[in-house]
Design a protein around this ligand. Structure first.
Ligand SMILES: Cc1cc2nc3c(=O)[nH]c(=O)nc-3n(C[C@H](O)[C@H](O)[C@H](O)COP(=O)(O)OP(=O)(O)OC[C@H]3O[C@@H](n4cnc5c(N)ncnc54)[C@H](O)[C@@H]3O)c2cc1C
Length: 367
C-alpha cells in the first residue's frame, strides 16, 4: 500500500488549490481524481478553434476573486467587459417596455427576499412571488440559470449568503484552462481513481479506490456534497453529522448548450436573447459572437426536477428564435464528444456530475 502524508480527493478547483498550497511543503501529496481529467466542473474545450467553457466561465466578484490574481500571475488575459446581463436584452420577442416591467418585478421580488432573509425561519423563495404575476415563469427560469433550481427549491437564507460585488470578468483562454494550468507540476495525480471508502478506524487512513488502496496521514476531501450525501464515497466508521451536513447542501443543476449560428454578424456582440418570456421553463440565451462565425450561447434554463420537460423547452426556444430570424442552428454537443446529436438529446447525454452547479441550501419547508 502507498504511504502518503496528504491525499487530496477530487481534482476540481478546490483540489487544485489545495495541491498548489501544499506544493511548497515538505510533504508527500497525492491527488486522487475520479475522472480522466482534472478541473471537475471547470472545463475549457476547444471547438472550431475557440475555447468554450463548458463549466464555469465567469469570475464572479472578480475584483475580489482569488482566481483573478492567479490569472494575472500565470499570464492569462482577463476580459473585463461587463456581462450581457448588465445591459438590456435584445428586443426580439421582448420589447423595451416589457423588459422594464420585468425589471421592476425582479427588483421588488429580490427586495422581498432580502427582507425575508433577516427573519429567523428559512423559507423557499417561491413563497415571495406575487400570485399570478405574469413574470413568475421568467423569474423561475432565470433562477434556474443562476441557482440551478427553480424558486421552490431555493432557500432564502442560503441565497442571502451569496456574496456578490457585481463585478464579472472572463478569462479569454477559458476559466477551465486557467484552473488546469494552476495544477502544480510537482504533485502526483492519479486520474480515473474514484475513492469509494475512507477507513479512519486505525492510526492512518485507508483510502480505497477500485485501483487499490493508499495509506495516508491526512485527507483533504473536495468532492461535491452530493457525492458524500449519496454515499458513493463512504466513511468507516460512518460520519453521520457530516452526512447530514452534505445532505443539507444539495446542488442545483447547470448545463450549457452551444449553438453554431449562420449570419452571426446580424446580432450585436454580447447580447441576450429570450426564447419565451411568458411561461415557466423559457430560456434566455447569452450570445457571444466569436470572430463573427461561432456563437456561444448559454441557455438560461435548468432544472433537476423537470429534466426531460426542460429538454423539450430548450428545443422550443431554438425553434422560436429560428422562426424569427431563420437561422440555421446546429447544436454543438457540449458535454460528450460523440456524434452530432439533435438538440433535444444533448442534455440527456450530458455528464450529470459536471452539471451540478452550486449549493442552493435546503429550502426547508419544501423537503
Ligand atoms: C455549467 C456550469 C456553469 C458554471 N458557471 C460558473 C461561473 O460562471 N462562475 C463560477 O464561479 N462558478 C460557476 N459554476 C460553478 C463552478 O464550476 C463550481 O463551483 C466549481 O468548479 C466547483 O469546484 P470544486 O473543486 O469545489 O468541485 P468540482 O469541480 O466538482 O471538483 C470535484 C472533483 O471531485 C471529483 N470526484 C467526485 N467524486 C470523487 C471520488 N469519489 N473520488 C475522487 N474524485 C471524485 C470530480 O470528478 C471533480 O473533479 C458553474 C458550474 C457549472 C456546472
Amino acid at each position: 500500500m502507498h504511504e502518503i502524508d496528504v491525499v487530496i480527493i477530487g481534482g476540481g478547483a478546490a483540489g487544485v488549490a489545495a495541491a498548489s498550497r501544499l506544493a511548497a511543503a515538505a510533504l508527500s501529496v497525492l491527488v486522487l481524481e475520479a475522472r480522466d481529467r482534472s478541473g471537475g466542473r471547470a472545463w475549457t474545450k476547444h471547438t472550431g478553434g475557440f475555447p468554450l467553457d463548458l463549466g464555469c466561465g465567469w469570475l464572479h466578484s472578480a475584483d475580489e476573486n482569488e482566481w483573478s490574481a492567479i490569472a494575472k500571475k500565470l499570464g492569462f488575459e482577463i476580459d473585463p467587459t461587463p456581462p450581457p446581463w448588465a445591459r438590456p436584452a435584445c428586443q426580439i420577442g421582448f420589447s423595451a417596455e416589457d423588459q422594464e416591467d420585468f425589471g421592476t418585478a425582479w427588483n421588488r421580488f429580490y427586495a422581498r427576499l432580502e427582507e425575508a432573509a433577516a427573519q429567523a425561519v428559512d423559507r423557499p423563495a417561491a413563497e415571495f412571488l406575487v400570485p399570478n404575476c405574469r413574470w413568475n415563469g421568467l423569474l423561475n427560469a432565470i433562477s434556474s440559470y443562476i441557482n440551478g433550481v427553480e424558486l421552490d427549491q431555493l432557500s432564502v437564507s442560503d441565497h442571502s449568503l451569496y456574496h456578490d460585488t457585481g463585478v464579472n470578468w472572463r478569462i479569454i483562454r477559458g476559466y477551465g484552462a486557467l484552473i488546469e494550468a494552476y495544477f502544480p507540476s510537482g504533485i502526483a495525480v492519479e486520474l480515473g481513481s474514484p475513492v469509494t471508502l475512507i477507513d479512519h478506524s486505525g492510526k492512518r487512513l485507508r483510502i480505497v479506490t477500485p485501483l487499490g488502496q493508499v495509506s495516508a496521514k491526512t485527507a483533504i476531501i473536495t468532492v461535491p456534497p452530493s457525492i458524500l450525501a449519496c454515499e458513493s464515497l463512504r466513511f468507516h466508521p460512518p460520519l453521520y453529522e457530516k452526512l447530514d451536513a452534505a445532505d443539507a447542501l444539495p446542488l442545483g443543476l447547470a448545463n450549457k448548450v452551444f449553438l453554431r449560428v449562420d449570419d452571426a454578424a446580424e446580432l450585436p456582440q454580447g447580447t441576450r436573447l429570450f426564447g419565451a418570456i411568458d411561461r415557466a421553463g423559457p430560456a434566455a440565451i447569452i450570445y457571444d459572437r466569436l470572430e463573427g462565425r461561432l456563437s456561444k450561447d448559454t441557455l438560461a434554463e435548468n432544472s433537476r426536477a423537470g429534466w426531460s420537460r426542460r429538454v423539450m423547452d430548450h428545443s422550443r426556444v431554438s425553434q422560436s428564435i429560428r422562426s424569427r430570424r431563420c437561422w440555421d442552428m446546429t447544436c454543438e454537443n457540449n458535454y460528450t464528444q460523440s456524434q452530432n446529436l439533435p438538440g433535444e438529446e444533448i442534455l440527456l447525454r450530458a455528464d450529470r456530475t459536471l452539471c451540478e452547479s452550486r449549493s442552493v441550501g435546503c429550502a426547508c419547508s419544501t423537503r
